[in-house]
Write a protein that binds this ligand. Structure first.
Ligand SMILES: [Ca+2]
Ligand SMILES: [Ca+2]
Ligand SMILES: [Ca+2]
Ligand SMILES: [Ca+2]
Length: 214
């Protein structure tokens, strides 16, 4: 009975995950699912000088989630690479813009690459962020808008890892202050749903097997 119960519980978790009305986050004119922002962040290349990471913050506290009050500061041109990962959601190549990366104060160029299905990263795509018409902590908010089409990602495919670098400068300012990166088209990744369904199916199989042995 224990096994059939755990199977039922696993299936209920799946239904609750689907049925629950998801919260939303409004940032200016854009609305995101509450889990749409990056969940893990690390420095994968370079040795950034202060003040890249403000004292007392971790890379993830600066870059994960939707908090625009925390950011990495003055990411120098080509010296450092940050990698952001999406764990409880994935960026979907849906209609139009799929990924929004927020940049603070003076508008500065930066570049993004995304990890393809084959595990390789695309080339870096440079943007000059556009003002969003609001401020946080007295700093103007800008955003770089990315369509996964422009990285060669197929329609309806998903991406769960991106990389960020500053610049390169083309005569303009080049040390961006990156605060957050959210999936405007966001989905719950299928592997976690599969894992739950598989767990439920195995529990039911185990229950049936034990009953037959008796
Ligand atoms: Ca997330
Ligand atoms: Ca932040
Ligand atoms: Ca798209
Ligand atoms: Ca800036």
């Amino acid at each position: 009975m224990k096994y059939v119960l755990s199977g039922v519980v696993a299936l209920m978790v799946v239904f609750v995950a689907f049925g629950e009305a998801r919260g939303e986050i409004d940032l200016g004119s854009l609305t995101f699912d509450e889990n749409a922002f990056a969940d893990a962040a690390e420095l994968v290349a370079g040795d950034p000088p202060p003040p890249t990471l403000p004292p007392g913050l971790t890379w993830c506290e600066a870059l994960c989630g939707a908090n625009l009050s925390t950011s990495v500061e003055e990411v120098r041109d080509n010296e450092v690479i940050f990698e952001l990962r999406y764990v409880d959601n994935a960026i979907l190549n849906g209609p139009g813009v799929d990924l929004v990366v927020y940049e603070m104060a003076t508008q500065e160029a930066f570049s993004v690459a995304v990890k393809k299905q084959n595990g390789e990263f695309t080339d870096f795509l440079r943007v000059f962020p556009a003002l969003q018409g609001f401020s946080v902590d007295g700093r103007e908010v800008s955003a770089g808008l990315f369509d996964l089409d422009d990285f060669g990602i197929p329609a309806n495919a998903t991406v769960t890892t991106i990389r960020l670098i500053g610049g390169p400068a083309n005569g303009g300012s080049k040390d961006p202050d990156i605060a957050a990166a959210g999936a405007l088209n966001s989905v719950v990744p299928e592997p976690s749903i599969f894992a739950l369904l598989t767990a439920g199916a195995f529990a039911l199989l185990a229950y049936t097997w034990r009953r037959r042995r008796k």
